[in-house]
Design a protein around this ligand. Structure first.
Ligand code: LMR
Length: 334
């Protein structure tokens, strides 16, 4: 795959040189893994629309959804090599690219709600995390929401014990690995585009995701039970290849920043609705039973996952976790 990405990257470099001479538009290839009708898909399409409008066609944005170009890990390689210019990977996928601090967002129950999330991403923690991207050849432009995660399996998941021995697909985050191990489950890293089939064929027993991701990938059709746990959050860091971005003429970059700010506001205003509707559609389909936990059942889950904070302290950074907790007001069960 790396060979293919490198080949695409050299074509991209040629394409970057050519436009100046021929007065052709600058092309931003924006690759992502979810469906167009998801929070990320909607925001990406809005950015395309506004970027092309504000730059009067001097910038062209090509959006490639649904892992059409690259899967999870490949897309980060592709961005760093310059084969694509823009991505919005889930924050839980930056560990393999060498920015493991982003995994702080994956700590169970660290974010009580979206207001807390916004405080973190708009504050010093959000800025500090973006700064870490520089050294990896990437520039962070915005934080986009998806929403809170729910659990699913072919078995009813109510008490922590119900997770014991089951295999769960996870994104490539060591914090998520620790989270499922704290429940006695067996985590398995897998690309998003492979989850449906893995659930269908029994390669894994269950998974965690947002309702919009579950529904648009049809996961609910192959999972008998879905439990609304809201134990964690999925959101995105919109990133660009730093070299490419620094090379965009300043006046165009100002227009692109404006387009990004508006697309972010739009996407983040739609995400809750997208997730609520997806959960409703899943319910209506009758294919998966939606389970809601009582306050006591929720508390038991929270308690079971509490040890994760200490386990990953050294990896993610104890000071960062403390700083995050201060802003978010969430945290492990006391
Ligand atoms: C996942 O891999 O489950 C999600 O991060 C996919 C996405 O980009 O929302």
């Amino acid at each position: 795959m790396r060979k293919l990405i490198l080949a695409a990257a050299s074509v991209a470099v040629l394409a970057m040189v050519a436009p100046a001479a021929a007065q052709q538009p600058i092309v931003i290839k924006f690759s992502h893994v979810t469906a167009p009708n998801t929070p990320k898909g909607l925001a990406a399409d809005k950015f395309k629309e506004l970027a092309e409008k504000y730059t009067e066609g001097k910038v062209k944005v090509e959006v490639y959804p649904n892992s059409q170009l690259y899967k999870d890990k490949e897309e980060l390689d592709a961005l760093q090599l310059g084969a694509v210019q823009m991505l919005a990977p889930s924050i839980s996928k930056f560990g393999p690219a060498g920015v493991k601090e982003f995994e702080v967002f994956d700590l169970p129950y660290i974010l009580p709600d979206i207001a807390a999330l916004r405080k973190v991403t708009n504050g010093p923690v959000g800025a500090k995390l973006f700064k870490l991207l520089d050294a990896k050849g990437m520039t962070g432009l915005a934080y986009w929401d998806n929403g809170f995660k729910i659990m699913s399996a072919n078995k009813k998941l109510i008490a922590p014990d119900d997770y014991k021995g089951l295999k769960f697909r996870i994104q490539s985050s060591k914090v998520l690995d620790a989270q499922f191990r704290s429940l006695g489950a067996i985590p398995q890293v897998m690309a998003f585009s492979e989850v449906y089939q893995a659930l269908q064929t029994g390669v894994v027993d269950g998974q965690e995701n947002t309702p919009s991701n579950m529904y648009t990938q049809k996961m609910h059709e192959v999972q008998k039970y879905t439990t609304v746990t809201n134990h964690g959050y999925i959101g995105y860091a919109v990133i660009v290849n730093k070299k490419f971005w620094d090379g965009v003429p300043a006046e165009l970059r100002t227009q692109l920043d404006k387009a990004m700010a508006e697309a972010t506001e739009y996407g983040n205003s739609q995400s809750q609705k997208e997730n609520d509707e997806a959960l409703e559609e899943m319910k209506k389909s009758g294919k998966t039973e939606i389970i809601t936990l009582t306050a006591e059942q929720n508390a038991a889950m929270r308690k079971a996952m509490a040890p994760v904070y200490d386990e990953v302290g050294n990896r993610v950074g104890k000071a960062l976790i403390e700083e995050f907790l201060k802003e978010s007001g969430g945290g492990p069960a006391k």
